[in-house]
Design a protein around this ligand. Structure first.
Ligand SMILES: Nc1nc2c(ncn2[C@@H]2O[C@H](COP(=O)(O)OP(=O)(O)O)[C@@H](O)[C@H]2O)c(=O)[nH]1
Ligand SMILES: [Mg+2]
Ligand SMILES: [Zn+2]
Ligand SMILES: [Zn+2]
Length: 279
């Protein structure tokens, strides 16, 4: 839950495996009772020790509650990150507003690169299995996390997703976050990078309006370039705006539906996998 926007109140996130229909309830307040089993049989046992009770935070103090929530999240995110590193798994957190093309980009990327990179997907949405079904249709292993009223994924949900998916060494775990350019910027999932997707129909000013997200991301994908002739969108200005909030951001311009421009994105993905294996 974010105390910022009050999301996630009175809702129980769930995880569904579309291939088996298995539903796992993710009650974050009860997670201290849950003995995490590691995806593989190493003796890490590292999910076990941290306990968190919302009541730990000084009662009625929103600022400290927010800090507690983020601290707990960061701890689990660090464990996820360490695990991804030891397994040489590239984890990317795809963030954007709804409809910018995250699922379409994943579908195309998986189909085009699956012979080179084994992909696994964690889908985040408030409701429905639609995106997980779309990913499953590509033949890729996927779980759907439904956050209910929650507007973002949390590290805990990704930890459960990993348990379910059991991604192999040297694979890529793609996490499609809930469509929202605000709160997912706050929550580290343990990913290597956040990849923000902005489509040309959303306006070139968005990096300035949602600076936190563009600052938190290593990559900006400008999607739907096939629509450029039909919309007012200044590509140069948009890149300039993104660099204004994040001078190091890398930009790929592509169309997830036609495939135009996707080579540079694919090249970057392959490079990431190679550099994980050699680092
Ligand atoms: N013209 C065009 N449409 C796209 C492109 N990428 C996605 N779309 C469309 O945008 C809509 C939302 O896409 P979706 O992948 O579901 O977005 P998500 O909500 O970010 O996962 C769908 O109708 C897609 O077909 C693109 O590159 N060009
Ligand atoms: Mg989607
Ligand atoms: Zn939220
Ligand atoms: Zn929110």
């Amino acid at each position: 839950m974010c105390t910022t926007c009050g999301c996630g109140e009175n809702s129980e996130p769930k995880m569904i495996d579309p291939s088996t229909g298995k539903v796992v309830s993710i009650d974050l307040t009860k997670s201290q009772d849950h003995e995490y089993t590691h995806p593989h049989d190493h003796d890490h046992g590292h999910y076990r020790h941290h306990q968190f009770h919302p009541s730990d935070a000084s009662s009625g103090n929103t600022v400290s509650l927010e800090k507690e929530i983020l601290a707990k999240n960061n701890l689990i995110a660090e464990r996820n990150r360490k695990w991804f590193q030891t397994e040489n798994i590239l984890a990317l957190n795809l963030v954007s507003s709804p409809g910018s093309g995250k699922t379409t980009l994943l579908e195309r990327t998986i189909l085009d690169l699956r012979k080179q990179i084994p992909f696994m997907v964690i889908e985040g949405d408030q409701e429905t299995m639609n995106d997980a079904e779309r990913i499953r249709a590509t033949g890729c292993k996927v779980v759907q996390v439904n956050t209910g009223t929650g507007c973002h994924l949390e590290a805990d949900m990704v930890a459960r997703g990993i348990e379910e998916l059991q991604p192999p060494k040297n694979s890529a775990v793609m996490i499609e976050n809930v469509g929202n350019l605000v709160c997912p910027a706050l929550f580290d999932l343990g990913e290597k990078s956040k990849v923000v997707i902005l489509s040309v129909t959303e306006g070139d000013d968005k990096p300035l309006k949602y600076p936190h997200m563009f600052r938190a991301s290593d990559i900006m994908i400008l999607n739907k370039i096939d629509l450029l002739p039909h919309v007012q969108f200044d590509m140069e200005k948009c890149v300039q705006h993104a660099r204004q909030v994040n001078p190091d951001i890398r930009v790929f311009q592509l169309s997830a539906t036609t495939g135009e421009g996707s080579d540079i994105w694919y090249h970057w993905l392959r490079q990431q996998i190679v550099s994980m294996a050699t680092s």
